[in-house]
Structure formats: structure tokens, C-alpha cells
Design a protein around this ligand. Structure first.
Ligand SMILES: Nc1ncnc2c1ncn2[C@@H]1O[C@H](COP(=O)(O)OP(=O)(O)OP(=O)(O)O)[C@@H](O)[C@H]1O
Length: 911
């Protein structure tokens, strides 16, 4: 990775407008799929009373799991249906529990793991996002966009919508619902998806029917729910033919601390009936004594030499796949009992049995133990048993591998050309993907970019640099393999390429729609008035038809991107990657008047600002200078401008500062929360994370499955010692891009000052140096901008947004939101939000099934659900308790083709 400081590109003054437009450009011009990241969320209501999150209308609750709610939603800009998973970023109860139950490692900060020091809930979400961002495969549910606004309670994951829903596999009478041939086809899809995951270094850890989703036409099955998945860097490197010592791997590791953190290897995660015996037996032989399935599983002694931990290897997914196959074929589970303890005992010690027939078509099985027939005379029953035997092998080292399974005669049975299938599916997708150095750091940027510096000067500079880098960083997840020739795109590929219209606030909808329709009619679309910069450009870049950029009429200026366009994407076609300077024009008036969007570029300086204002310690001269400059906003802005209306809503109004106003409490709290979290994380660099060798061992690659990584709890993050991060980490830790043009410290300082200046709404074409000089000379006002905006143009809507937004996370501010958001007309998003119900909203269980829900994801005790609210109809609630399920779902987004297995006549174990 090239260091940003080594770049010779001149540093240019960033502007808000230029910064906000750089990322969408990359998405559009990229040949590779991008997971869009949107850091501003606007919550409104649709005409139907549904909650809207930016352009997404959340129409109906699909499922409610431990980690959040999944909503059937519609992208009102494109009409595309999506699934949105809404997750609370904070759950104090869970976080406290997590802290209490973390492994008893030495208590010095150096030995605290990353995951145990950040809020457990947020870590889980970020980790799930980081993992999903890596994935692009026809048999894996695709993450399309992440909406992560620090001022909002929830993080939203926008995923492709699997309209067929989860695979139903049994009737109420515990008879199989799927035919044998259907099951086989499903298995092939799952195998391919699983193989891809493993090649990416990911153990799913929760393979089961409920996490296998049908496409609308039920031709494709995809793996979903990566809430407890685990990423193994060693396995990833092995799959890519790289070594842990390679420079690339070291760089990558620096960025990916949440994924690198392996403390969750110690966790007891998964659905009980699908847990592999090696998970259960490891360190948990006395489960009855504790009455808990988890307490014994993650304890370590203080010397960290006898860590009792579950040997997490990809073999656990194979086992779970075996249980799933069994369930599909026989309509029941192989290991069932009254209590979990008994289930675990059975899994560990008992053999499984089979009914006489399998599948809805009642194909004879021939018994659990059959004589081996002559070659070529194997019955389907025999082959199935043979396969199950290999999958449900209690010794993980003897269990079939995925390659074995793919080649198994039952899997390839009826295939016209099995060899061709094997060849065609042999790691094609895997070879085409390589991780970018910033792929997960962007997912984690809310945490990682605030690296803690002792030196305040460095903090000030880095904050500015951070803001620049964060915003000019190409936001993408994958790049094409440079060496790979460009191929014509398949339909599936096309779908991936087209994924993602960056989220934009719903307020834009009318304007954009009219623009689109104008284009459809061959007219030049109206230039947006008072638009949000990012959104307007996003739409243009994503639709490619809204050619505002090419407008030659006045009012558009050319944004600067700090001298650096997005990092060139490898593999993109020549001429595709237009630089922002070439393509993007942002309405001048808009950028000036209506920039309530809290772009990262604004956030960082404002962060510095907040810190400055709240920090009581002595300050350096530079920080005082910067502070003084901020506190004189009136001279930066046209005198007749209402600065609060033009500021990003999350930012601190210079005028409010000047007039002595305090920072909005919500902003302050949010800021502190994130910074605290990050500081704790950075303090944990020398924590007990595992070495690469140990991670490899966890995959059974070095030293077998039971290699214990307890001995070496050092060094993974110890490179920087007490002296702070090195150069690369400095940059990357701030969300930077390696090639970002930070050539000198002075230029970085200027950049910092300049970006602070950008807090002020009008993008005055004034260099930071000029401003500094001006200030130093004691001038009372900055040079006037060429044209001051008309205060009438200060959009009242955005002023209101800013006000609402400033209070969005404040417990005292609900009235502000309520003014804007009408009360729900029907069961809507808020109705089911966790913790917002008084409990009385729980549906009366008429005509409902009370089902013992063993679909429990036990991920330590910190996995307690935080939902208390009422759930709309047909909400699948997965909790370690009895749950209520409705038989029918009115206006189901799944469509009318849901098979009859929806209703269960009698209590049944839900998976
Ligand atoms: N992409 C999708 N398309 C359609 N439905 C989905 C999608 N993702 C999830 N669902 C539905 O939402 C339900 C809950 O989703 P998911 O399992 O991801 O949530 P969770 O909070 O992680 O639950 P769990 O407790 O199982 O971890 C699923 O069972 C599925 O029916």
C-alpha cells in the first residue's frame, strides 16, 4: 500500500460540495459492485403511513431476530424491492452483559480485545456489515447499501429482497414438504454459496433452513444472515495463495480490526439443534452443573494458557449443512429432545436414525445402516445415507469437506454433466474478487477513523486529513482482479452491477422523479433547487440520464476534490473512470444554501470543533487559532445568512458558537460515544487477539482442529506500541486512502483549517492560506464571496431538518420528530421497534401457533434480545423463548406462491 504522505500530488483545498460528490462517482464508473454507504438518514412517512428511511419505504415486517428486524421495503426511486434490516446500534443491556462475561484475560488494556471494549451490539453490526461487504455470489444474499448515520439509533442494511422467503421444509405433521429432487437442487445452491464463503475466509456459523432464502421464482436459494459469522484471515490468505507475512496482508490487517478480532472464537454461537458436536463438547462437559450452555465455554485462566474455547472451523458449517439436509429430506431434525442439555448430549454421543421414506415424494430410504451395493447399483436411499454419514460425522477431522460433498454421487445425481458443473463452479467467483485495502475500514470508519493521538496538534491535523480522506475515498467493496479479462456480463452480473442507488433523503423524491420523467420525455430536467449536494449528484451518477453535470447554464460550478479524485479502480474500463472534475457539477446555490447533509467532511472538523469546545485543557497555539477562527463565523459567511439553516445539521453552527450557544446535546453525546468507543478500541491494540498462525489452526490448517490459540496473546496489534500508530495506520486509521495526496504537514494543516472553514456554508473560493493570513492580520471579516446567497433561498425544510436532526438522538427531543413524522396509520416500523412499546402492543394470540422456538441464536449471554415491542402480523421472532406466530400474512410481500407449509396445525419446533 502506498503511503499517502509519499504522494507528490499537490494538496488542494477541499470543499464540502466537492467532497460529497466523489464517492457516488466511483460507484457509477466502477466495473465492480459496490456496497453503498450512506451516512445521512432522513426518516419520514410515505403517503401510506409507512416509515421511510431516505428513499426506502418500509412496508412490512418480515422477520424479527435477535439482531434486528427485517423489513420488506421498496426503493421509491427505482421501484426495486429490497429487504432492510434495522438494528439498534446500542443496547446497553447487552453491552453490559458482554463486558461482564468477557473472557477472564489479564485486565490490562493491552489484553482487552477489540470486541470486548466496544459496545458489543455495535461491534456485531459492524462486523456483520464488514463480512457482508466482502460477499458477492449468486448464492449469497447481497448487501446493497448501508445506512449508518451516527445521529440515528439504528443502522440499516439494505439487502436484495428474497421474495420467496425462507425455505419451509415440513408440514405441521412433521412430514417433509420438499421433494427429494428439490432438496438436491437446494443443496447444490447452498454448497456453492458455502464454498464461496469458506474461500472468502468466512464461517457462517448459523446454517439452517431459516437462513436459506428463496428467490421470488424459487429457482435460486441464497444464504442469508451473517449476524454471527466469523471471518478467518488465515483462511482467506490461504485461499488467495498469500502468506500472512506478505506486505499486502499486513496492510490489510491494519484496516480490519473488527474482523481481525477473534474473541468471538470463544463464543458459543449458533442454533442449538444445528450445533456441531465439537462446539458442544469443547470445555462444556459439565453443562448440567452450571445449568448454562455458555458459561463454561469461554473461560480462560489468568495465564491464558488453557483457553477453553470452541474450535471454530469451517467443519461446523458442514455439520449444520448435514442437519439441514436431514431436515429437508425427513421433515424432522436428527437430534431432538425435551431440553437443550439432552439435545447436546445426543449430538455429542448418539447416532441418528432415519424414517423409511424421504421427501414429499416418499422415496424409500432402505434403513440407517445398509450393505454397500455394487458400484452403479446404489439406490438413492443408500446414497443419501452415505452422504449424511459423511456430513454428520462427529469427528470434524473425518467429516466430509465441501469439495467431497460437491462430488458426492447423490449431489451430482441426475446431472447431465457433473464434471462440467464441478469445473464451472470451482472457485470462479472466488478468483474474481480480492479485498481492497479500504473495504472494511469504510464499514468501520465510524470507529476507526478516530484514532487517538496524544498530541493535540496531531489530532487537529489528523482530523482534517481524516475528513479529506474519508470523503475522497472510493467507497467500494470489491475490485476486479486486475489480471482478469473483461467478460460480457451475465444477467446475474448485470444485477450486481446495477445494485445500488445511493440512498437519498425522501424529500428529494418529487424533484428527482420529475427530473426523470422530464428526461423520459426528452426534456432537459429542471435543475434542482436547494438540493442536497450529495443526493443530486448521486441521482445523476446512478441514473446516468440526469445529466445535470453537462448543463452549461449558470449556477453550476466545478467541485474540487482536494486535488485527488477517487483512487483509480483496477479493472475498470478505460475511459470509464471520469474524474469528479470532469463530470460533476453541483449547483452553486444548492451547495451553499442547502447543505444540511452531514457529510463526513463536515463531521470531522466539527468533531474537532466539539473537542475544542469541550476540552478544558491548555491548547496549542494552532488549536487556539483554529478555535478562534471557528468562533468568528459571521465573518466567514455573508452577513445576511442564517448559518444554522445552511449548516449540516449535525455540525455546530458557527454562529451559535459565536453567540455562546452550546453544542447540541445529542451531537455531543453521539460524538463522545463514538470517541469513547474508539479510544477504547485503540487502547486495545495489544489485546488478546490471536496470531495468524492460531487463526489458521482454528481452521484446522495448522495443528488440527483443536489447536488452542491460548499461548500467544500478543503482537497482533502491538506494532505501534505506546507511541501511537505508524504512518500507514495514521492514514488508514483516519479512513484514509493510501494514495491520498497529503504531501506535507503544512499542507495538511492548511487542509485542516480549510476544511474547518468549509463548515461555513458558502464555498468561498478562498484559500486556507489566505484565510489564515487574513486572520493573522486581524481583519474583522473575511473577503466577501463573489455572491452572497439570498436568505430567502435558505430552505425552511432544511432548517427544520437541521433542528429535528440536532435533536434526533436526544431523549428530550421526540416532540421535534413528531412534528415532522405523522403518527402511523397502520402497523408500521415504529410499532414494532424495540423498546418503544409499552408492552401492551403484543398481539392477542388468537388463531396463532404457540411454537417452542428453538431457533435460538446463542451467542453468549449478551445476545439477549432487546425487543419488547409489539410485532405486526406474521413476524418471525427468534428469541430463546416461546414465540407467537401468525398463520397468515395479509398482503404478503412473498407473493401468493407461498407453499401451504405456512400454517402449522400443532406446535412444532421452528428452525
Ligand atoms: N434479504 C432478505 N429477503 C427476504 N427476507 C429476508 C431477508 N433477510 C432476512 N429476511 C427475513 O427476515 C428474517 C430475519 O432475518 P435475519 O435472520 O437476518 O435476522 P436476524 O435478526 O439476524 O435473525 P436471527 O435471530 O436469526 O439472527 C429471516 O428469517 C427472513 O425470513
Amino acid at each position: 500500500m502506498a503511503s499517502a504522505t509519499s504522494s507528490s500530488a499537490p494538496m488542494q483545498r477541499p470543499r464540502v460540495a466537492s467532497i460529497t460528490v466523489s464517492a457516488p462517482l466511483v460507484q457509477t464508473t466502477s466495473a465492480a459492485v459496490s456496497v453503498i454507504e450512506t451516512d445521512h438518514i432522513r426518516e419520514t412517512r410515505s403517503g401510506e403511513g409507512h416509515k421511510m428511511v431516505n428513499q426506502y419505504e418500509m412496508k412490512q415486517l418480515l422477520g424479527k431476530g435477535q439482531h434486528g428486524e427485517v423489513w420488506w421495503s421498496r426503493n421509491t426511486l427505482t421501484g426495486e424491492e429490497v429487504a432492510i434490516k434495522a438494528m439498534r446500534r446500542k443496547n446497553p443491556k447487552q453491552d453490559r452483559m458482554s463486558l461482564l462475561r468477557r473472557p477472564r484475560l489479564p485486565r490490562s488494556p493491552e489484553h482487552l480485545s477489540v470486541a470486548n471494549n466496544l459496545g458489543a451490539t455495535e461491534i456485531k453490526i459492524l462486523k456483520e456489515i464488514a463480512i457482508m461487504k466482502k460477499l458477492r455470489h449468486p448464492n449469497v444474499v447481497q448487501l446493497e447499501e448501508v445506512l449508518n448515520d451516527n445521529l440515528k439509533e439504528r443502522i440499516y442494511m439494505v439487502m436484495e429482497f428474497m421474495a420467496g422467503g425462507e425455505i419451509k421444509w415440513r408440514t405441521g405433521d412433521e412430514e417433509p414438504l420438499l421433494r427429494v429432487s428439490q432438496t438436491r437442487r437446494i443443496c447444490r445452491d447452498v454448497l456453492l454459496g458455502l464454498e464461496y464463503l469458506h474461500d472468502q475466509g468466512i464461517i457462517h456459523r448459523d446454517i439452517k433452513p431459516a437462513n436459506l432464502l428463496w428467490s421470488a421464482d424459487r429457482r435460486v436459494v441464497k444464504i442469508a444472515d451473517f449476524g454471527i459469522s466469523h471471518f478467518s484471515y488465515a483462511q482467506f490468505l490461504a485461499a488467495k495463495g498469500k502468506t500472512a507475512d506478505s506486505a499486502e496482508s499486513r496492510d490489510w490487517e491494519e484496516h480490519d480490526k473488527i474482523l481481525m478480532d477473534e474473541s468471538d472464537l470463544t463464543r458459543f454461537a449458533g442454533t442449538p439443534t444445528f450445533l456441531a458436536p465439537e462446539i458442544i463438547s469443547d470445555g462444556s462437559t459439565d453443562m448440567s452443573a452450571s445449568g448454562s450452555t455458555t458459561s463454561n465455554l469461554q473461560t480462560t485462566d489468568s495465564t491464558a494458557t488453557e483457553v477453553r474455547r470452541s474450535p471454530i472451523s469451517k467443519a461446523i458449517d458442514i455439520w449444520a449443512f448435514g442437519v439441514t439436509l436431514y431436515a429437508f429430506l425427513f421433515g424432522k431434525l436428527p437430534f431432538v429432545a425435551e431440553s437443550e442439555y439432552q439435545i447436546y448430549n445426543k449430538i455429542k454421543e448418539e447416532d441418528w436414525d432415519v424414517p423409511e421414506t424421504m421427501g414429499q415424494d416418499e422415496v424409500p430410504v432402505g434403513g440407517r445402516h445398509q450393505k454397500k451395493p455394487k458400484k452403479g447399483l446404489e439406490t438413492e436411499g443408500y446414497l443419501v445415507i452415505d452422504l449424511l454419514q459423511g456430513l454428520l460425522e462427529k469427528d470434524p477431522s473425518k467429516r466430509l469437506t465441501l469439495q467431497d460433498v460437491k462430488r458426492h454421487p447423490w449431489i451430482t445425481r441426475d446431472m447431465p454433466n457433473a464434471d462440467q458443473w464441478l469445473r464451472a463452479t470451482n472457485g470462479i467467483e472466488n478468483a474474481s474478487l480480492a479485498p481492497t485495502e479500504d473495504e472494511t475500514s469504510s464499514a468501520l470508519s465510524t470507529v476507526l477513523f478516530r484514532y487517538k493521538f496524544r498530541n493535540r496538534l496531531a489530532r487537529g491535523i489528523s482530523s482534517g486529513i481524516s475528513s479529506i480522506f474519508k470523503n475522497i475515498r472510493p467507497q467500494r467493496s470489491f475490485r476486479a482482479n486486475p489480471g482478469q479479462p473483461t467478460q460480457p456480463l451475465s444477467d446475474e452480473e448485470q444485477r450486481y452491477r446495477r445494485i445500488g442507488t445511493r440512498s437519498m433523503p425522501h424529500v428529494e423524491l418529487t424533484r428527482h422523479q420529475s427530473a426523470v420523467s422530464a428526461i423520459d420525455k426528452g426534456k432537459q430536467p429542471m435543475r434542482p433547487q436547494a438540493s442536497r449536494n450529495k443526493s443530486s449528484v448521486e441521482l445523476r451518477t446512478n441514473t446516468k440520464s440526469l445529466d445535470w453535470a453537462s448543463s452549461t447554464s449558470g449556477g453550476f460550478n466545478v467541485p474540487e476534490v482536494g486535488g485527488s479524485g477517487p483512487k483509480p479502480r483496477r479493472g475498470s474500463a478505460p475511459g470509464q473512470a471520469l474524474s469528479p472534475l470532469e463530470t460533476l457539477r453541483v449547483p452553486t446555490q444548492s451547495s451553499r444554501v442547502s447543505s444540511p447533509q452531514r457529510s463526513p467532511s463536515v463531521r470531522s472538523p466539527s468533531t474537532a470543533h466539539v473537542n475544542d469546545l469541550t476540552d478544558e485543557r491548555p491548547r496549542s497555539r494552532l488549536s487556539l487559532l483554529v478555535r478562534w477562527m471557528i468562533q468568528k463565523p459571521a465573518s466567514w459567511a455573508p452577513s445576511n445568512q442564517t448559518s444554522t439553516s445552511t449548516l449540516p445539521s449535525g455540525a455546530v453552527s458557527p454562529s451559535s458558537v459565536a453567540s455562546g450557544s452550546r453544542i447540541p446535546p445529542a451531537r455531543d453525546l453521539t460524538q463522545r460515544r463514538s470517541e469513547d468507543a474508539f479510544n477504547r478500541m485503540s487502547a486495545a491494540r495489544n489485546d488478546g487477539s490471536l496470531t495468524q498462525a492460531m487463526r489458521a489452526a482454528s481452521w484446522g490448517e495448522v495443528g488440527g482442529y483443536h489447536s488452542r490459540p491460548s499461548e500467544d496473546m500478543t503482537s497482533l496489534y502491538s506494532d505501534h506500541g505506546e507511541d501511537g500508530p505508524d504512518e500507514d495506520t495514521y492514514l488508514v486509521g483516519f479512513g484514509g486512502v493510501a494514495q491520498s495526496p497529503v504531501s506535507t504537514v503544512p499542507s495538511a494543516i492548511l487542509s485542516t483549517v480549510s476544511s474547518l472553514g468549509s463548515l461555513s456554508p458558502p464555498p468561498v473560493p478562498l484559500s486556507a492560506a489566505q484565510i489564515l493570513l487574513h486572520r493573522a492580520e486581524g481583519s474583522s471579516s473575511a473577503p466577501e464571496p463573489p455572491s452572497a446567497p439570498d436568505p430567502a433561498a435558505l430552505d425552511a425544510v432544511f432548517l427544520r431538518q437541521a433542528q429535528v436532526r440536532s435533536h434526533a438522538t436526544s431523549p428530550l427531543s421526540h416532540h421535534a420528530s413528531e412534528e415532522e413524522i405523522e403518527p402511523p396509520q397502520s402497523p408500521t416500523y415504529e410499532d414494532s421497534e424495540e423498546g418503544e412499546s409499552d408492552g401492551s402492543g403484543e398481539r392477542t394470540p388468537s388463531e396463532q401457533d404457540y411454537a417452542p422456538n428453538t431457533s435460538v441464536l446463542y451467542q453468549e449471554a449478551d445476545e439477549e434480545s432487546d425487543e419488547d415491542g409489539a410485532a405486526p402480523l406474521e413476524v418471525k421472532t427468534r428469541r430463546p423463548s416461546w414465540s407467537v406466530h401468525s398463520r397468515s400474512r395479509p398482503t404478503s410481500p412473498r407473493g401468493p406462491d407461498i407453499p401451504p407449509q405456512e400454517g402449522c396445525a400443532r406446535p412444532a419446533i421452528r428452525i
